[in-house]
Ligand binder design. Structure first.
Ligand code: SF4
Length: 285
């Protein structure tokens, strides 16, 4: 039986990208290859908000008690080792049991599964076949992997995705989506580490794939244009979304309209962050 280290497991409305507004189970795995300390900071500076939270760690007994941050990665506790004890390692059987408990009808109907992180395509790829082959997951039809687009798919997982999506019937289809939030320099990550067009082009062979780029400034927009050019040159054909920076409402409302206008100018799609206006981006939303 495979195991996954789970930061969060909750039921909410997908707030971003292609499935915006769709009731979804979110499975947030622990671990990431990036730290993205640059979000919401002046270029070249890194947020220290999570360091200040880590110093008060003794106050927090549960993941949901952690403070939200307005700069840096807003899901910091899903990868920073200082918070790892708040994320249990669970067998796939136990995860499926918890999913059934939180689904409104205690079984899959029209809900969508989001596997997110951290970075969900790290070593956890080995556990997904066990998770998705569980008998209670049989009626699940749509999965999105929310990834930073740097991790290659391993051969066993590719074979599994092929088998999983080939299960079609007259009233039944299955679809995998890769929502690729490639990290632009405004995240604090380096271009060479974060922009991996050949990796993302391969995702397109295994699922519907789109780019979702977080932007705030005209400089971010220029970076997005350069990144899209590199993905297109490599053969990427999927749609491009731009999404406002802002894990808290005060930051999000500063630039959501400007980002929508950037999207219109470029002919790209606008992705909201519905979890911010609807739920204040609290944990579990
Ligand atoms: S890739 Fe995503 S989860 Fe990882 S540090 Fe960056 S924003 Fe956070």
């Amino acid at each position: 039986m495979s195991k996954l280290k789970i930061a969060e497991l909750f039921y909410s409305v997908q707030g971003e990208g292609r499935y915006m507004g769709v009731p979804s189970v979110f499975l947030r795995t622990f671990g990431c290859n990036f730290t993205c300390g640059g979000f919401g900071m002046p270029r070249g500076e890194m947020s220290s908000e999570r360091d200040a939270i880590a110093e008060r760690m003794i106050e927090f007994k549960d993941y949901n008690e952690l403070p939200l941050v307005s700069t840096g990665c807003d899901s910091y506790a899903s990868w920073d080792p200082r918070f790892k004890d708040l994320s249990p390692m669970l067998e796939t059987n136990a995860i499926v049991h918890r999913i059934m408990e939180i689904l409104p009808h205690k079984r899959w109907e029209n809900e969508h599964l989001v596997i997110t992180g951290g970075e969900p395509l790290l070593g956890w790829q080995r556990a997904y076949p066990d998770l998705l082959n569980h008998p209670s997951m049989g009626r699940l039809r749509e999965i999105t992997f929310e990834t930073n687009g740097t991790q290659r798919l391993d051969d066993q997982f590719k074979q599994h995705l092929h088998t999983w999506t080939s299960h079609h019937g007259q009233d039944f289809y299955r679809e995998v989506t890769f929502s690729v939030s490639a990290k632009l320099p405004g995240s604090g990550e380096s271009w060479s580490d974060a922009i991996c067009p050949d990796v993302v082009c391969e995702y397109e062979e295994y699922g519907y794939t789109y780019l979702k780029l977080v932007v705030a400034t005209e400089q971010d927009l220029a970076d997005a244009e350069q990144a899209v050019l590199e993905y297109r040159t490599a053969g990427f054909t999927g749609p491009v979304y731009v999404m406002p920076v802002g894990g808290v409402e005060r930051v999000y409302t500063l630039n959501n309209r400007a980002v929508a206008e950037m999207a219109m100018r470029k002919g790209w799609r606008y992705s909201d962050r519905l979890q911010v206006p609807l739920f204040k981006n609290e944990w579990g939303t």
